[in-house]
Design a protein around this ligand. Structure first.
Ligand SMILES: Nc1ncnc2c1ncn2[C@@H]1O[C@H](COP(=O)(O)OP(=O)(O)OP(=O)(O)O)[C@@H](O)[C@H]1O
Length: 615
């Protein structure tokens, strides 16, 4: 009897348990909105960023309990994705056209300050949208008409893109902030009561925009001529002739239309076959072309020919091109950073240069900019990328560098990890460390009066050139701190912002550069990306790499820190450990305990000599 009771009890227990499991699964399925996740994965797989790795971060469910999300830039409410905020992270690529439509409860979309191409996203049906911020990108095409149907929209920011066409008649009462300046919009600003309320600055710098609130009035539109208009006559004969003419005209139009469609279809197939890569290049070329168009329009509109200004040359040997040549150059985007976008420009003369278009520096005076650039232009060193020329106008600041053709140290160290990658051996790594130390030591001497001479030293600002003698490194993006000093917020975009003294708002010195150099050394020795040690790319802590190395070394597991690609080179272990010791001194929390760059260079050269002697 008791056995029967036990078995019955066991069955009941199992039944309840299985019921619970079913319920749990149901709860999980209910909590998880696969269509929203799929939409986000579409974005993830279409875009690239050199600052964040969406592929590694956007995994698992986008929303978890308590309205939280561990996905970068995603905020949730009630298990629904409500905010997508991915700004200023070098995001490049094309947004899939209808990707957002399944994220029904979306309230905010913010992709500002990236390098996104193509058409603006389709937002049809996203009735909860309150903020759409897509400014400072490379979007092209027209503003979709459906945007006027977003009745809860508070903010629409589309400035600094390459948008063309006319402005749709926005009139939703909710809209309190609107900006479409710095585009290529044309036509009359619609006379809706809403649009007339915004200031002139919301519409400024569009090639052919007219009407209020701009000062430019629209020329009187002449009525469009009627197609195939024929002078009216009273006789039947004339009517007959008219009908004939219409029939002939109709046939001609249909024939022309057929030919036109055939040409379009042919071009479309041809274009498709050219493949994805070319599409990106085309778009990049367009971006530079569009920029050039904008510059030309500034000159054209300007009463003051000084507005465009001249290219300033720091090196006479390169003075073979001028602004016109630069605007006619074919160009492609090399990448975008925190301070703007860098292009490779091939001039008609055959010269190839890197053009960095600086954002964030618009409040800077021309005098300050020119003084600093003239000084930086005098720097000539084999381990520092040369500034050939620069340009200043009210809204454009360009720095033209020598082109260093083989990528960055960051790419060399971290890209293509896994099967098929050619390991970066220890001798090469040591040579790179020495090159960087030489370049930085030179900057410290040349710009000795600067608070922090480089101020933005990180592996993506070490450019690589390869020849039959090996790899050569050149530092770039140096000397910008004086241009930003008026705003601490801008300085936060520099690599020095990760130093302990910056975080504690203490005095910055040359030793702040030394700290950044120590971090690069650790990155080269360990093969690990600073800020990613805990696999957490969201909050880049200032010193997680040096903390981790210190802990491992203090526990006598020193060789555990070596990148697997150099671990097998046992002869180099002593040198690797000596360099790790220097790197840890350079990353000391107290700036005064860090060695000077000249001493660091001397010690590196001694270690290199020691290695050569042991060979
Ligand atoms: N002088 C140059 N020669 C060749 N390529 C360059 C040159 N300068 C920059 N690049 C390329 O352009 C890309 C973007 O550079 P950019 O300086 O705009 O951004 P970043 O270095 O990634 O970020 P940040 O602006 O924050 O330093 C770099 O990753 C590099 O590949």
């Amino acid at each position: 009897m008791s056995l029967v009771f036990d078995i019955t009890f066991l069955y009941m227990f199992l039944f309840i348990l299985s019921l619970n499991i079913v319920l749990c699964i149901e709860i999980e399925i209910k909590d998880f909105h696969p269509q929203e996740r799929d939409a986000l994965l579409l974005i993830r797989d279409s875009l690239n960023s050199s600052s964040i790795n969406l592929h590694r971060n956007w995994t698992g469910p986008p929303c978890i309990e308590n309205n939280l999300s561990i996905w970068f830039g995603i905020a949730c409410s009630n298990w629904h994705v409500v905010h997508i905020t991915i700004q200023g992270v070098n995001l490049s690529g094309y947004l899939p056209s209808t990707f957002l439509q399944n994220i029904t409860f979306l309230r905010q979309i913010d992709f500002r300050n990236n390098a996104l191409f193509g058409l603006l996203p389709n937002l049809t049906g996203l009735v909860f949208l309150e903020e759409v911020k897509l400014s400072f990108n490379h979007f092209s095409g027209s503003i979709p008409l459906e945007y006027v149907e977003l009745y809860n929209l508070d903010i629409l920011e589309l400035q600094e893109n390459y948008l063309d066409g006319e402005i749709p008649p926005f009139d939703q009462p909710s809209l309190i902030s609107f900006n479409v300046s710095y585009n290529h919009l044309v036509g009359k600003i619609p006379e809706t009561s809403l649009l007339q309320r915004f200031p002139k600055s919301s519409f400024d710098d569009n090639s052919d925009l007219c009407g209020k609130p701009l000062d430019k009035s629209c020329s009187a539109e002449s009525p469009a001529p009627l197609p195939f208009a024929i002078a009216p006559t009273s006789s039947m004969e004339t009517n007959k002739t008219r009908i004939h003419v219409w029939i002939i005209a109709l046939i001609a139009v249909v024939a022309a239309l057929c030919i036109f469609l055939m040409i379009i279809a042919f071009l479309f197939c041809k274009r498709k076959a050219r493949g994805n890569e070319e599409r990106i290049n085309d778009s990049a070329r367009y971006v530079f072309g569009a920029w050039a168009k904008k510059m030309v329009s500034i000159v054209g509109n300007s009463e003051d020919s000084e507005k465009l200004g001249q290219l300033e040359f720091s090196n006479k040997k390169f003075q073979v091109f001028d602004m016109d040549d630069l605007l006619r150059a074919s160009a492609e985007v090399l990448g975008g950073g925190d301070f703007g976008v860098t292009y490779k420009a091939t001039l008609e003369t055959g010269n190839v240069v890197a053009v960095k278009r600086l954002g964030y520096m618009n409040d800077l005076s021309k005098k300050e900019f020119i003084q600093q650039m003239q000084l930086l232009g005098e720097i000539k060193h084999e381990n520092v990328a040369e500034i050939i020329s620069f340009f200043h106008s009210e809204d454009q600041k360009l720095v033209i560098y020598e082109l260093v053709s083989d990528g960055t140290l960051s790419e060399l160290l971290h890209e293509g990890r896994g099967i098929g990658r050619i390991p970066l051996d220890w001798t090469t790594r040591l040579a790179i460390i020495k090159d960087i130390a030489k370049g930085l030591d030179f900057l410290h001497q040349f710009l000795s009066s600067h608070k922090v001479p480089h101020a933005n030293l990180k592996s993506s600002n070490v450019l690589i050139h390869q020849d039959n003698q090996g790899y050569h490194s050149k530092l770039t993006d140096y000397g910008f701190l004086p241009l930003l000093s008026s705003s601490m917020k801008n300085a936060e975009k520099l690599s020095i912002s990760k130093s302990p003294e910056f975080v504690k708002r203490k005095k910055l010195t040359h030793k702040t550069d030394v700290y950044c150099f120590g971090i690069i050394m650790l990155e080269i020795i360990t093969g690990k990306i600073p800020g990613h040690i805990l696999g957490n790319e969201v909050e880049e802590t200032s010193n997680d790499l040096s903390d981790w190395v210190r802990t491992v070394v203090n526990n006598d597991w020193s060789t555990d820190i070596f990148d697997l690609e150099i671990l097998a080179e046992k002869d180099g272990h002593d040198a690797m450990l000596n360099l790790t010791e220097i790197a840890l001194e350079c990353t000391d929390m107290m700036p005064e305990k860090r060695p000077k760059m000249s001493l660091v260079l001397k010690r590196i050269e001694e270690i290199e000599q020691m290695m050569k002697d042991n060979e």
